[in-house]
Ligand binder design. Sequence first.
Ligand code: GSH
Length: 326
Amino acid sequence: MAAQGSNIDKETSSGNSNGSLELYCWYSSFYSRKVLFALHEKCLNFKSIIVDLSKIEQYQPWYLRLNPRGEVPTLKDGVKIIPDSGRILDYLEDNFSNGNTPRLMPEKGTEEIQHVKKMRDLLVVVPIPLITFGCLYHPDLTTDMKISSCERKKRLSFMSNISNNLDQLMEKYPEFKEVYEEKKQRLQTFLSEFQDGNKVKTALDNLEVTLDIVEQELASHTGDKSSWWLCWQNFAIPDIILTLILQRLSDLGLSNRYLIKDKRPHLSQYFKQVQEREAYKKTFHQRAGFLCKICCDKKRGVTAIGVVAVVVGVIAFGALAYRRMK
Ligand SMILES: N[C@@H](CCC(=O)N[C@@H](CS)C(=O)NCC(=O)O)C(=O)O
């Protein structure tokens, strides 16, 4: 089957893989980024095929045949199709960890593996979709919401409109009726979850506990371990998940709550350090992305105001100079 999707990008790294990897993803999706980050860390060559969530491409028959849950990411390696970010990371680790391709987990049977797995399991359960949409819906729960109220409303109304889109798709593609019905139900549950302020508040409070454990872990690295990443000398899967969580908190305007230097000095230093990694830069430089787009639009708005101010200033100055000359 030829790849369909909004766009195809060839990600070129100097690294390995025979070029057969195709990642169906959406650049701003948390779970897509988890895999993109891992692919860049491993310096693997891959093609990324954009499944545009803003055009609900994930529900189109061609994609549902690939991933019946209608979610990104999905990895294709030749004839093998691997859905779900967690499974994809395991697949990459099992199949692409030789020679120059770095491991993102300690080898099986080693002393470190249990500890690294424990940290991964702690971070993987952080309910990022609930926190993201919960904060868009209850901006008062954030300290420095960076997304304008107009954009938040647009995003939330897009979300509640998906149900209608699913009804239309059901008529158009009756063979996928069950999938669409299930999706509608899951969406309904999710909508009522993130609209419930108490649920979102609890998730944010639980995240304090998780990040306290992370802070303790980082603080415990002294002496020979001072150059360690979260729980091992190598950058590993828990680091990828932690970085994505910290980035999302920052995008949502929650850094002032979780990442302040006085409260979690090691974590705030860690986040600065991780942003220097090439794989981080490659993962986050990507265009598109809903949250990213909004932030950029906001910046563009500020830039536009700046340009208008300069133009008005120049005209006023010119007019003044002209009057003086007369
Ligand atoms: N457990 C899945 C979750 C994937 C997921 O929820 N992806 C979101 C984007 S971040 C998605 O595709 N949402 C579209 C939808 O559910 O319709 C994974 O880890 O890959």
